[in-house]
Design a protein around this ligand. Structure first.
Ligand code: HEC
Length: 248
């Protein structure tokens, strides 16, 4: 490698490192293993999403009808379980909360979540939803280990309960900021830790599906394309035999 290339690489590395550190704030991301083909997880995730997230966040590129079809739900089930706003089956999954009001209440507008699994990644989302902690210095009384000064309240507190951060012993080595090593549950929620992890995993599965609903359809049509090509091969073969049978 030439000296110039090495210098360029060093500059690039320096430019990307602080950005990466800002994303998870020194708190390690937890890997999550999900499959958007797991219908049961998707159905549960959709239900949590409409119950706990859709009041503030929209998914304005998805229609209830499409989601129902992709998740194997009848229209009636969609109406009963997913449409909580009195909307119609063909409606987009938007929110009733006006954006200026949201800005006023939270100080930051809740972003549309359609593509968040792509912009943030599933591990980030999984860790984020498990990393809210009590912090009296914040307006909502909560903070987040990988999203410092987040404007979102801990909407799943009833399920998870409340946790307090446990700091690394010599976190001061990283400037003056203390580094969070883990959490301690100070007020239990309705669910055990394992059950809460499952809920978050289902939610992340649904968010991953939202970001790429076409993936499900693409794979399904892939099978038809292959079958069609095989059929075409058969037809072509017999056609060839037919044409050549009198030529010796
Ligand atoms: C009470 C309103 C409210 C509810 C309910 C809510 N959020 Fe939020 N959320 C916010 C606000 C406000 C922000 C913006 C935070 C900021 O920029 O500081 C946010 C930010 C986020 C972000 C970060 C987006 C990004 O890339 O910056 C994610 C992810 C998210 N919310 C997921 C969820 C999920 C999943 C649920 C349901 C379990 C949910 N939210 C429920 C208000 C809400």
């Amino acid at each position: 490698m030439t000296a110039r290339a090495a210098a360029l690489l060093a500059v690039l590395a320096a430019a990307t490192l602080p950005a990466a550190a800002a994303v998870n704030q020194g708190y390690p991301l937890q890997a999550v293993d999900i499959s958007i083909h797991n219908h049961a997880a998707l159905q549960r995730g959709a239900k949590y999403f409409v119950n706990y997230c859709l009041s503030c966040h929209s998914s304005r590129y998805a229609r209830y009808k499409w989601v129902g079809e992709d998740l194997g739900l009848s229209e009636e089930m969609v109406r009963e379980n997913l449409i909580l706003t009195g909307g119609k089956i063909g409606d987009l999954m938007t929110v009733a909360m006006p954006e200026d009001k949201a800005l006023e209440w939270f100080g930051a507008p809740p972003p549309d979540l359609t593509l968040v699994a792509r912009s943030r990644g599933v591990d980030w989302l999984y860790t984020y939803l498990k990393a809210f902690y009590l912090d009296e210095s914040r307006p909502m009384g909560v903070n987040n280990a990988i999203f410092q000064h987040v404007a979102m309240p801990h909407v799943l507190w009833e399920l998870q309960g409340w946790q307090q951060p446990v700091y690394k012993e010599n976190g001061g080595a990283n400037g003056d900021r203390r580094v969070i090593a883990g959490f301690e549950l100070v007020k239990p929620g309705l669910l055990s830790e394992e059950e809460y992890d499952e809920v978050v995993r289902d939610l992340v599965t649904f968010l991953a599906y939202l970001a790429e609903p076409a993936a499900l359809k693409r794979e399904r049509s892939g099978i038809w394309v292959v079958l069609f090509l095989l059929l075409l091969l058969g037809v072509t073969y017999f056609l060839k035999r037919e044409y050549w049978k009198d030529i010796h």
